[in-house]
Design a protein around this ligand. Structure first.
Ligand SMILES: [Zn+2]
Ligand SMILES: [Zn+2]
Length: 341
């Protein structure tokens, strides 16, 4: 009898420990390398969180938004899009500017509220995308595996769940960034809770706004996060299918004006594949690149510094005869060595 009780206690302790460890995004009982070696396929069980996130948006049919709620939802889309484009992409993935360790930590937390995993996971996969652009090992190439795979399918494959820490040695030096990466679900969870609490507080304190906790949760968090998610995913899918190619970059990256508008400048994706080390992705004045304008403003405020520019011979490179692929030497000049692209 005592053996049975001891066995039950041991099992429940193990299950509890498993649940606690599962809160850590780096927890893989079978080992991260084993998981990474699995077949790269869409996994239905891993589609469930996305289905749930989209299903939560259906509540919008019953929860009518006030003007205040809509303003919050719009603001959270743009503010978090900037965190993804300016920080996750142009800072953590490409190191196209410098900043302090404190600001770097704030950027990591800010970006993580978008619910697109941690900054190190994001940067490691993005660096792989640039190393293998539209080749067999590209993690999300529409050329290799079609639109749906590049847009969302690749994220549902457990092979792409672990963070490849070897790809980001310049970032793993900072334990606080590793912590944000391991607990990547905490910032979006806290944002959702904050919105719910704020909405309820405003319902009592400022009834003239006509807002409530459920409104801010459904519109400010779920709808805004899902639209933001698809906006970002469009860079991987639409950005490698629809648009024009200014530079022959040996991949399918495209420049796309509409995409640049909804992603604060990331639609100049062919320019970016050519000049990966530049903080600016638009080249001509009409190539609107709001992320760059905001980063320039932050530079003036002293929050960031050393925004990397296009090469000095850009005019020459823009000449039709010179729109060739970047050589390894070009990339070495443009990209800081520590990013190991
Ligand atoms: Zn990039
Ligand atoms: Zn790309």
């Amino acid at each position: 009898m005592s053996c049975v009780v001891a066995d039950l206690l041991s099992r429940s302790r193990n299950s509890l420990w498993h649940v606690i460890r599962s809160l850590d995004s780096d927890y893989f009982p079978e080992g991260a390398d084993t998981v990474r070696a699995r077949a790269k396929t869409v996994e239905l069980s891993r589609c469930l969180p996305f289905v749930a996130l989209h299903a939560a948006c259906l509540a919008a049919f019953w929860v009518k938004p006030s003007a205040f709620t809509l303003a919050v939802a719009f603001a959270l889309y743009w503010v978090r899009m900037f965190a993804i484009t300016g920080f996750y992409h142009r800072y953590f993935s490409h190191r196209t500017f410098s900043t302090s360790r404190t600001m770097q930590f704030i950027f990591a937390l800010w970006g993580a509220t978008a619910g697109q995993r941690g900054p190190l996971w994001w940067a490691a996969h993005h660096r792989l995308h640039h190393r293998e652009s539209d080749k067999e090992n590209d993690v999300h190439s529409p050329v290799q595996r079609g639109f749906l795979w590049s847009h969302i399918g690749w994220i549902t494959s457990s092979a792409n769940i672990p963070t490849d820490y070897k790809a980001i040695p310049d970032l793993t030096r900072y334990p606080e960034l590793v912590l944000v990466n391991r607990l990547d679900w905490v910032p979006p969870f806290l944002l959702a809770l904050t919105l719910l609490a704020l909405g309820e507080a405003l319902r009592v304190a400022a009834p003239q706004l006509g807002t409530s906790g459920p409104q801010l949760l459904v519109w400010g968090f779920f709808v805004s996060t899902v639209v933001l998610f698809h906006g970002t995913c469009c860079i991987n899918s639409v950005g490698h299918i629809f648009g024009s190619q200014r530079f022959r970059t040996n991949d399918a990256s495209k420049n796309n004006f509409a995409l640049a508008l909804i992603t604060l400048g990331e639609g100049w994706h062919n320019n970016h594949h050519r000049f990966q080390g530049a903080a600016r992705q638009g080249i001509y004045w009409w190539e609107i690149d709001v992320t760059y304008y905001l980063l320039s403003g932050m530079e003036k405020l002293g929050l960031v510094s050393d925004l990397h520019k296009h090469p000095a011979d850009l005019k020459l490179l823009l000449d039709k005869q010179h729109r060739q692929s970047p050589t390894k030497e070009d990339l070495r000049k443009e990209i800081p060595q520590e990013t190991k692209l």
